[in-house]
Design a protein around this ligand. Structure first.
Ligand code: FBP
Length: 259
């Protein structure tokens, strides 16, 4: 039998909005304030905002996940304290993720890094094991390292997207370079692998809504977003606005009424 993964737990009508909260590992607590440093606060946003999934590293999942929103377990990670070409290796097994209730697993691949072979190989094993258990695999496809001159150029992003397809990812998480035409090509390059877009640094909420509209029009299937939600003064309002665009095709002006 071919691919039997169950995307139904983390997608609705082929669309998703994931809440990312692995920045404590990737960036350290500098992204946080007194409120959002507490994973309980993030869990409550994910629940009240009815996100398609909450993205945690193992330790946070063990201590804070309470089963109310689908868990996407991030299986690898690194700090940003080490300089040079990035390598992010596996920290949690697929078995452990399932035990903790994960409905999908995630893994970052820094294509272009001198260490990419290690990540490609490790991803291959994870993909096999996860798919054997019916679990979808989300790949953070991030071009990075000395060889990458521009990590958001159309060609580099399309290459990363294609690698995601070739590797067997069900969903890839990519950066948006602000050009809808480029994203159309990137989505096309990903074939049947679905594309969600990362949020990045906190930006103006109206701009985020306009970008999300363009992202959806370009064929992506949603967002996997962190700081733009939990750094917001009103995380549930911006969530509602983004969901209107993602799941109901609302125009930016209509969605902005939620703010
Ligand atoms: P944001 O929406 O906050 O940007 O989160 C998306 C994400 O991919 C996180 O899952 C991850 O921790 C982080 O960005 C990685 O950021 P960087 O680009 O600095 O490696």
């Amino acid at each position: 039998m071919f691919n039997m993964v169950n995307l139904g737990n983390i997608m609705s009508k082929g669309r998703s909005i994931f809440l990312a909260y692995d920045q404590g590992m990737e960036h350290g607590p500098k992204d946080f304030n007194d409120r959002n440093v507490d994973p309980k606060y993030i869990m409550s946003i994910a629940e009240k905002g009815r996100f398609s999934g909450i993205i945690f590293q193992k330790g946070v999942a063990e201590k804070y996940y309470r089963g109310s929103v689908p868990l996407v377990m991030k299986l690898n990670g690194k700090t940003n304290l080490v300089k040079g070409d990035p390598l992010s290796t596996q920290l949690c097994s697929v078995r452990e993720a399932v035990k903790l209730g994960a409905k999908a697993v995630g893994y970052t691949i820094y294509i272009g890094s001198v260490h990419e072979q290690k990540m490609l190989k490790e991803f291959g094993s994870i993909e096999e094991e996860a798919h054997a258990k019916g679990l979808p695999v989300i790949a953070w496809m991030y071009p990075r390292g000395k060889a990458i001159k521009n990590d958001t150029s159309r060609d580099v992003l399309a290459y990363a997207a294609r690698v995601g397809l070739e590797l067997g990812a069900d969903i890839i998480k990519m950066k948006y370079n602000g050009n809808p035409g480029d994203l159309k090509w990137i989505v096309k390059s990903a074939g049947k692998t679905k594309v969600v877009i990362a949020g990045g640094l906190k930006k103006d909420e109206k701009k985020l809504i306009r970008d999300t509209y363009d992202i959806m029009k370009s064929g992506a299937c949603g967002l996997a977003i962190g700081r733009n939600i939990w750094q917001s003064e009103s995380p549930l309002k911006i969530t509602k606005a983004l969901k209107k665009v993602i799941f109901h095709g609302a125009k930016p002006k209509e969605a902005m009424k939620e703010l």
